[in-house]
Design a binder for this molecule. Structure first.
Ligand SMILES: Cc1cc2nc3c(=O)[nH]c(=O)nc-3n(C[C@H](O)[C@H](O)[C@H](O)COP(=O)(O)OP(=O)(O)OC[C@H]3O[C@@H](n4cnc5c(N)ncnc54)[C@H](O)[C@@H]3O)c2cc1C
Length: 586
């Protein structure tokens, strides 16, 4: 049977997997990346591309300290705080960032403003912990340019994905400022020209830029990246160490990996059976919508067959995000994750009873958790976001863009519901009209004074940052008083799971008794989150994915050597990476 021989097999081509592959390759190892989707990049390529990495140079220069970072993570993780893993992560940040900056095509950008999501918690910082990535020119990928996962369709404006921050603000202000309008016009013309002539625009932003840069480095280092190739089973050698895998769809059906296998195949938000066991809002497996790419629980199943276990300690089993799902006029299913959340002036969120249930300026993760709590007694979990005419025209609601774009399309595809008055809207969405009117009247009373006595919306810097900083007296609050009123239904979705494979601080997969499964590693959303269920700030998934990914790639040869030394000499297989070059035996 044909077997492909290598030192390290990486399963999954997202940020975690490619980071591990690059670090291993830089140690002189042979690596192969196997990706089950036809395109490279996974969820990482459709993401915002932010990394939450306290201890980076900029943060330290701004006065961030190790103690503050630990205090903050601890406050969010509660009982699920894992001091050893947090230490490994924080210790690893400076070296990992230096590696990506020095040895790869990744260029980080340090935004001036990126407040932690829980400014009310001890140790929170207004900026300095989150990084993003310089946009990329996709031509750096050569022939692989179109092998990269494209943007999330709903996140583009006619083919362009605005960068989170000033770029997005400029797009949102195009209806109010001539300068912004000019910038948007020029950007879109360039995007359209390149898309028509070259199939896809060259300029890549956000997570697509991150993955373009990582994959370009992998190409330059001659790392084979197989697409449409799924790992279906992990193989063990006669010592019990994981030593390869079976693959369907790749150039070879079996890969033998002398030093081990890195599972970076994502979480399980796309697997209804696993969700029923871990998501309290989805006990039937049909009440959750994930925008993630390829997160079908493969990491978990593959590892469980070799002794790995699911670690459910995080108090939230996933990083939540409210999402709206709808079908286009051609019948294609689309998902819009509402990551800007709903703290804009003139928008509120209500439940099926027409009552507000949370501070709408919370992060998408905390808002998702609040939705789940509010619906605990119900058999489905959803809410409505409501805007009056002013707010709709100025900000829109998520995918439904503001004036001057017409709203007919969003209404036609069922994304948006409109009612001339609040009571007409209430009837259309099936919410008690009296209660909704009372809720809005109560909200308006405070909003007119710039306060939200019920939930404290607009009471800290993070809330303001997610609002409209130019709106006074409070960037998050305005009355809803002009019809027509619009509503969007939101459900709970995830950006990746937080419950995941139990690992030790070396990212080795461990069994129920805590013993390492030799030769098997898990990073990214395949592994349990280091944040214990909390979502500290912009980049809470990609930060650890890249830091732990880098560490595994850096150390895998040393770990394998340790195992070999512990074995009696006659049992030790030949694992010297530099003398065993890859080959396909057929
Ligand atoms: C719209 C959006 C915006 C986001 N923005 C951010 C952000 O700015 N910062 C942040 O930190 N997080 C963000 N997230 C979350 C973040 O993108 C993900 O949690 C993260 O990308 C997960 O990285 P990963 O490497 O674990 O998995 P992925 O990037 O999803 O890669 C896993 C890959 O493994 C492949 N795979 C699965 N099974 C197999 C198999 N059997 N064989 C081979 N391959 C397999 C999958 O197809 C997939 O390509 C966002 C998410 C979304 C949806």
């Amino acid at each position: 049977m044909p077997t492909y021989e290598t030192d390290v097999l990486v399963v999954g081509s997202g940020a975690a997997g490619i980071s591990a592959a690059l670090a291993a390759r830089k140690q002189g190892l042979d690596v192969v990346v196997v990706e089950k989707e036809p395109r490279l990049g996974g969820t990482s390529a459709i993401s915002g591309g932010w990394l939450w990495v306290p201890g980076n140079k900029q943060g330290i220069a701004e006065g961030d300290t190790r103690e503050d970072a630990e205090t903050y993570i601890k406050a969010l993780a509660g009982d699920a705080y894992d001091a050893e893993s947090v230490k490994t992560f924080l210790d690893g940040v400076p070296e990992a960032l230096e590696f990506f900056e020095r040895d790869t095509d990744v260029e980080f950008v340090h935004p001036k403003m990126a407040p932690d999501y829980r400014m009310d918690a001890p140790g929170a910082k207004k900026s300095g912990r989150a990084l993003t990535v310089e946009r990329a020119d996709a031509r750096m990928l050569g022939d692989d340019r179109l092998r990269m996962q494209p943007y999330l369709y709903t996140y583009t404006v006619f083919g362009y994905m605005p960068e989170i921050g000033q770029d997005l603000t400029t797009f949102l202000e195009a209806n109010r400022s001539l300068r912004s309008f000019g910038y948007v016009g020029r950007t879109l013309l360039k995007t359209w020209f390149e898309s028509i002539v070259h199939t896809r625009a060259f300029t890549r932003t956000n997570g697509n830029a991150l993955m373009t840069r990582l994959v370009a480095t992998a190409r330059a280092l001659d790392i084979p990246m197989w697409t449409s190739a799924a790992v279906t089973e992990l193989l063990v050698d006669d010592t019990g160490a994981v030593s390869g895998a079976r693959i369907t769809g790749g150039p070879a059906p079996t890969v033998r990996a002398r030093l081990g296998v890195v599972l970076a195949a994502g979480g399980f938000g796309g697997d209804s059976e696993l969700r029923t066991k871990t998501f309290v809002h989805d006990t039937r497996g049909d009440d959750h919508v994930t925008p993630t790419v390829g997160h079908g629980g493969d990491s978990l199943r593959l590892a469980q067959a070799r002794g790995g276990v699911l670690d459910t300690r995080p108090h939230q089993p996933a990083s939540w995000g409210p999402v709206t799902s709808f079908r286009t006029l051609r019948g294609e299913r689309r998902v819009f994750p509402h990551l800007r959340a709903f703290g804009l002036p003139g928008l509120i969120a209500v439940n099926r009873h027409g009552r507000r249930f949370a501070n709408e300026s919370l992060s998408y993760h905390d808002f998702g958790a609040a939705m789940i709590d509010d619906n605990r007694a119900e058999d489905t979990t959803y809410a409505y976001i409501i805007a009056d005419r002013k707010a709709m025209r100025r900000y829109g609601i998520g995918y439904a863009k503001p004036w001057p774009l017409p709203t007919w399309y969003y209404k036609k595809v069922g994304f948006l519901v409109e009612g001339r008055t609040l009571s007409v809207l209430a009837e259309k969405i099936g919410v008690p009209s009296d209660t909704l009117q009372q809720t809005v009247a109560e909200f308006n009373d405070g909003a007119a004074r710039g306060v939200d006595p019920k939930f404290g919306r607009g009471s800290n810097w993070f809330h303001h940052f997610k609002g409209d900083m130019k709106h006074q007296p409070n960037p998050n609050l305005a009355t809803l008083d002009k019809g027509p009123y619009c509503a969007v239904r939101v459900q709970v979705g995830d950006l990746g799971t937080y419950a995941g494979l139990a690992v030790n601080s070396r990212s080795e997969v461990v069994t129920g008794t805590g013993d390492a499964v030799p030769g098997l590693y898990a990073v990214g959303t395949a592994a349990v989150s280091v944040f214990g269920g909390g979502y500290p700030g912009y980049g809470a998934n990609l930060g650890p994915a890249m830091v732990f990914g880098y560490q595994v790639g850096r150390d895998i040869a040393a770990h394998a050597a340790e195992r070999t030394q512990q074995r009696p000499e006659s049992d030790a297989p030949s694992r010297s990476p530099r003398h065993n070059r890859k080959k396909v035996n057929s």
